[in-house]
Design a protein around this ligand. Structure first.
Ligand code: ADP
Ligand code: GLC
Length: 459
């Protein structure tokens, strides 16, 4: 089976958040299962491919000069990199101040046009698109094979001016959006199947309060919208093999975890005592509810817990975190930036892991935390509901603590988690359950293959 898989991010080539991780994990698992995947992504610059060839593609004139390179990436495998005018930038989406590049609409419309052209040039059995950056290609593919769109988030839809409509000759009316053009909305109508990144997100987004304006369109798709939970890449996220952490460990021998714990504390200049450390690894954007956590921080001394945050994103959220860390260095530590190694350390060395998202299509960080024995405290939204069971409600199966999306509930959840953590046998059993679950992509990838097969059989 030949699948063209189009994505704006792929780890480690270009990554901003979970899209990169999810795409690379799924790609690897699908390839291992024998699917021939042609991964097509933007060429943001500085990527060296081996055995590179340049492919001719016929694109509409408005795209301008485009260059398509195909070759082997040392870790991501075979890649097709698409360069169009303005694509090569130091960050895929934003400038150094965190503002979106003003020509993001043009960049990703042009990328989508090249995806459509590649589909017409060498028609695959299935086209698999991800998020708004690739969505407009459905308005540009004439004779199209079966198509799947994965919705990693409805939070970004790529809405832009009405002038773009004329470049979407196929099913143009689907892209109309209150006088503007909405790539994601168009693809929600046009893709043969829609995948939400968790079953609970699939259920949430057909409700007016969570559909971000698209709930009716999504509801109209009936059972052509399904939820498949993301996995995490078990090659990258395995504490027994992880090269990034100070000491490796597994359920059979957890002593290495104590060392990771001590080294993480040393990094924050905290003593190795019995006060639990609550870790956070997150993009700093409104979605992630870091502001709620900052309000909850006032209660940390009484809870006898400490907060250690790694995050990149909004300058405003970063400065609030910096201020909290400066005011109470004994309880709050913050590292501003994207740091792969430190992220691994935090999963391996924190006692609890907080993820107070306002919405969360799936979330990978809570699974990474559980795989490394850090007990998650999460809000009851999206994929967090599918992956974390509250240990006070589910005494024998619980894997963490879940709360409503507000400050008192979060404080209560953190309190309950700290209490359980202090109880040695309870802590160990919650930790063990989280570590025993198979979070890998094997199961989710098999569900994707089933879906591709079903589409092929019915097309
Ligand atoms: P989202 O995609 O909304 O950002 P996810 O939880 O799905 O949230 O995925 C985030 C991914 O990015 C995880 O793999 C997490 O470990 C990683 N990550 C987030 N922030 C950072 C950071 N500042 N440094 C390193 N890794 C990060
Ligand atoms: C998005 C979502 C996140 C999800 C990730 C990968 O960034 O915010 O919840 O895990 O995509 O699908």
């Amino acid at each position: 089976m030949q699948v063209l898989f189009a994505t704006a991010e792929l780890s480690p080539v270009a990554r901003v958040g979970g899209l990169a991780e999810a795409a690379s994990g799924l790609v690897r698992a699908l390839r291992q299962a024998g699917v021939a995947l042609n991964v097509v992504m933007p060429d943001y610059g500085d990527v060296v491919l081996h055995n590179e060839t340049v492919r001719d593609v016929a694109v509409p004139e408005w795209v301008g000069q485009c260059r398509v390179r195909v070759g082997q990436h040392p870790s991501a495998g075979q890649l097709t990199l698409v360069d169009v005018p303005g694509m090569q930038r130091p960050h895929p989406y934003v400038d150094e101040t965190g503002d979106g590049w003003p020509d993001n609409d043009r960049r990703f419309m042009a990328f989508s046009a090249v995806v459509a052209a590649l589909v017409e040039r060498d028609t695959p059995d299935v086209v698999h698109l991800n998020d708004w950056h690739t969505a407009a290609s459905l308005g540009m593919m004439t004779d199209r094979p079966p198509t799947v769109l994965t919705i990693h988030t409805l939070g970004y839809q790529g809405v832009t001016g009405p002038e773009w409509m004329e470049n979407l000759p196929v099913g143009r009316e689907n892209f109309e959006w209150y006088g503007d053009t909405n790539p994601l909305a168009g693809a929600v109508n046009l893709a043969d199947r829609l995948i939400a990144v968790s079953p609970n997100y699939a259920a949430e987004i057909v409700q007016p309060e969570n559909g971000m304006g698209l709930h009716q369109r999504l509801l109209a798709r009936g059972d052509h919208l399904i939820g498949i939970r993301n996995g995490i890449d078990d090659g990258t996220w395995n504490p027994a093999l992880d090269p990034h952490i100070p000491s490796r460990f597994s359920l059979l021998d957890m002593s290495g975890r104590d060392q990771c714990r001590a080294e993480l504390r040393a990094r924050a200049e905290w003593p190795s005592d019995t006060t639990p450390v609550i870790g956070v690894v997150s993009r700093l954007v409104d979605q992630k509810g870091i502001d709620l956590l900052l309000e909850a921080v006032r209660f940390l001394p009484s809870m006898s817990a400490r907060l250690l945050v790694l995050g990149a994103g909004d300058a405003h959220v970063a400065s609030q975190l910096r201020a909290a860390a400066d005011a109470t260095p004994s309880h709050v530590w913050f590292h501003d930036g994207y740091d792969e190694e430190l992220a691994h350390w935090i999963f391996a060395g924190s006692d609890l892991f907080a993820m107070p998202s306002r919405f969360e299509p799936c979330g990978l960080a809570q699974m990474q935390a559980m795989a490394y024995g850090s007990i998650p405290v999460v809000t009851e939204v999206g994929g967090l509901v599918d992956t974390v069971l509250d240990a006070d409600r589910f005494r024998t199966t619980g894997t963490g603590f879940t709360t409503a999306v507000d400050v008192p509930a979060l404080v209560d959840g953190l309190h309950r988690a700290v209490r359980a953590w202090r109880h040695g046998t309870r802590r160990k059993s919650i930790q063990r359950r989280g570590m025993e679950i198979d979070w890998s992509w094997a199961g989710p990838a098999a569900r994707h293959i089933e879906l591709y097969r079903e589409l092929l059989a019915t097309s």
